[in-house]
Write a protein that binds this ligand. Structure first.
Ligand SMILES: Nc1ncnc2c1ncn2[C@@H]1O[C@H](COP(=O)(O)OP(=O)(O)O)[C@@H](O)[C@H]1O
Ligand SMILES: [Mg+2]
Length: 219
């Protein structure tokens, strides 16, 4: 598996937010995307996911141009601050996972993932009764349900406590060691906890720099 991004440029109207970004990621890579608020990190993710439209020939999955279609089962995505989600909706953890599964995922796979994330016991609880840390684990399970090759996490630790953060770092490491490609958006003060292989730094002037860890580049 390879993700190949070639000279990606993206603008909201006349405001160019991403400028000539080129990146290649291989299976098992772990990319950290960092930069201050408003530098275009989430915008980049939305280009990758096909939510933001970009011009043909910029994003490839292996040899396939995926610029203009979404490969939902390829990417597992946990959005920033779990926005656009109605937490008041009366639905249990298991029900949420059931409606999020594509054909072919087995009920026992859901339970296995819940167990792995140490939230097996809350499967029948209403999602609006969960703590931030529990909710985050539910969303990671949901992102992992359809066996994605790539897991994308947008500022996942912003609203969880220290203990949950440590569990989270470990979980991402385990998934990555099992071959999943990880793209994680975070603040630079968290880098020491992460076993990333690549960094993408986004700047205020909407320039960016991509580098491989430990190869002389900035990290
Ligand atoms: N839907 C949108 N329409 C117009 N401007 C947007 C939209 N989303 C984000 N922006 C602007 O694009 C810039 C980058 O935003 P964003 O990608 O959310 O940054 P980050 O995730 O790094 O905080 C910001 O100036 C933001 O205000
Ligand atoms: Mg963002």
């Amino acid at each position: 598996m390879q993700i190949y991004i070639n000279n990606l440029t993206f603008a909201y109207g006349i405001k160019t937010v991403i400028n000539n970004l080129s990146i290649t990621l291989n299976q098992g890579d772990y990319l950290v995307v960092k930069g201050k608020n408003g530098t275009g990190k989430t915008t980049f993710i939305k280009c990758l996911l096909g939510v933001n439209e970009v011009k043909p020939g910029t994003i490839f999955y292996d040899k396939t141009d995926i610029t203009n279609f979404k490969k939902w089962t390829t990417f597992g995505y946990v959005s920033q601050s779990l926005d656009n989600f109605n937490y008041e909706f009366p639905i249990t953890v298991l029900e949420l996972l059931n409606v999020s599964s594509t054909k072919g995922t087995m009920p026992q796979d859901r339970l296995k993932l819940l167990d792995k994330m140490k939230i097996f016991d809350i499967q029948n609880q209403n999602i609006n009764s969960l703590s931030g840390g529990q909710l985050q684990r539910v969303f990671i399970v949901r992102a992992m349900l359809n066996n994605p090759k790539i897991l994308i996490l947008d500022e996942p630790t912003a609203s969880i406590d220290k203990q949950n953060k440590e569990f989270f770092y470990q979980t991402v490491d385990d998934l990555n060691k099992n071959g999943i490609t990880v793209i994680l958006i975070t603040h630079s003060d968290e880098l020491e906890h992460l076993n990333y292989t690549h960094t993408l730094t986004m700047y205020d002037d909407y320039t960016n720099s991509f580098s491989i860890r430990n190869e002389g580049g900035e990290a």
